[in-house]
Design a protein around this ligand. Structure first.
Ligand SMILES: [Ca+2]
Ligand SMILES: [Ca+2]
Ligand SMILES: [Ca+2]
Length: 372
């Protein structure tokens, strides 16, 4: 009897896992929607709402994902969810015609949010979707983990840029830098980001007009722009890469693709990306300084003023990694599940989709997509 009493006193579980419900109402914040049931509160139908779990994954590291479209009342209901935090992505394609020339353009209305489903069984939320992204030039894909192989092959790594702005941008004098491998106290308050290695596009920073990238165009930058399938069958052919990282101080292979050149003579590295956890900084190239020299790691740090950073993305195949980049340039982590030699890649959910949080902006894809 005493045992029974003790058992009764034990707090009952507040909810059973798999019993959570998430209801979200989507409002159009842009006024661009053409929904027939457009109401005063701007609730809109046919919005695709996707929940991506941050806790549960299938065996191949694909996160659990659920998609529901909003109904006529602008409502999407997700049933029987597990206790977890979820990335919520709401998006709808809208066609708008330019008043001047009548040309139809497709724009995406989007919103992202991180929700924690815990304790309380029924969650009700409202999200406002509107125009996001299109801020300009950005890092669109990072292929860092290497192809499926057992020969430690990673030479087919590449970076893809995308011009999400409505105007031509010029790559002249821009620089790529890798983040330092250690985070440091105070990194969120100083006016620079700390990195290693600097590779620079030809041309004059800020003012050069020799290397344009048109709106909606991609630029692929290979570590080595050759056909990697001749060495590893599952790899990729990068002969058509637009650019190639080239280190003249190292005896790097110089393929016909134009070069982005190492500007720190003491560095004997080709621009290899860390295969587990790292970060990439694209700067306008107008300013940088030498930082301290790390004896133990034998690396020369450089300081990149934050106001020259065009885009920066931190990635890791594991969610547990400590941040290397200040949240001011990237609040999240791309690349989860792109484990070393898995042949996976990490890419923005849609070209130009940018909320400054790579956890939300990027998804891991099964095969790299250089140039598209
Ligand atoms: Ca190279
Ligand atoms: Ca070359
Ligand atoms: Ca791509």
């Amino acid at each position: 009897m005493l045992a029974a009493l003790v058992a009764c006193r034990k707090p009952m579980p507040i909810s059973v896992d798999g019993s959570m419900q998430y209801t979200v109402f989507i409002q159009d914040d842009s006024g661009l929607s053409d929904a027939s049931n457009f109401t005063e509160v701007n609730l809109i139908e046919k919005v695709r709402v996707t929940l991506t779990s941050n806790t549960y994954y299938s065996r191949d590291a694909t996160p659990d994902q659920y998609t529901v479209y909003t109904d006529q009342d602008g409502k999407a209901v997700f049933d029987r969810l597990s206790l977890s935090s979820y990335n919520v992505l709401a998006e709808r394609e809208v066609k708008i015609s330019d008043a001047a020339d009548g040309v139809q353009n497709t724009v995406f209305l989007r919103a992202v949010k991180l929700v924690n489903l815990n304790r309380q069984t029924h969650h009700v939320d409202t999200l406002k979707i509107g125009m996001t992204g299109s801020r300009g030039l950005m890092i669109n894909e990072i292929y860092f983990c290497g192809p499926v192989n057992d020969a430690n092959y990673v030479h087919d790594q590449f970076i893809e840029l995308y011009n999400a702005s409505g105007r031509q941008v010029h790559l002249d004098g821009m620089m790529f830098c890798k983040t330092a491998i250690d985070s440091f106290i105070g990194m969120d308050s100083v006016d620079y980001v700390k990195g290693i290695w600097l590779y620079q596009f030809p041309g004059q920073p800020l003012t050069g007009l020799s290397y344009p990238l048109n709106p909606g165009e991609f630029a692929v930058i290979a570590i080595d722009a050759y056909d990697h399938t001749q060495f590893i069958a599952s790899s990729i052919d990068l002969r058509k890469a637009d650019w190639e990282f080239f280190n003249p101080y190292q005896g790097d292979y110089d393929s016909p693709a134009p070069n982005i050149i190492n500007i720190i003579p003491e560095s004997s590295n080709d621009f290899f990306l860390s295969t587990l956890h790292g970060g990439l900084i694209l700067t306008d190239g107008s300013e940088w300084q030498y930082g301290d020299y790390n004896e133990r790691r034998r690396v020369q740090y450089v300081h990149i003023p934050i106001n020259t950073v065009i885009d920066a993305v931190e990635y890791s195949s594991s969610r547990k990694s400590a941040k290397l980049l200040t949240y001011r340039v990237d609040a999240g982590l791309a690349g989860f599940g792109a484990t070393r030699y898995s042949g996976k890649s990490t890419e923005r959910r849609l070209p130009g989709f940018d909320s400054n949080n790579s956890t939300l902006d990027f998804e891991t894809i099964n095969h790299p997509t250089p140039g598209y």
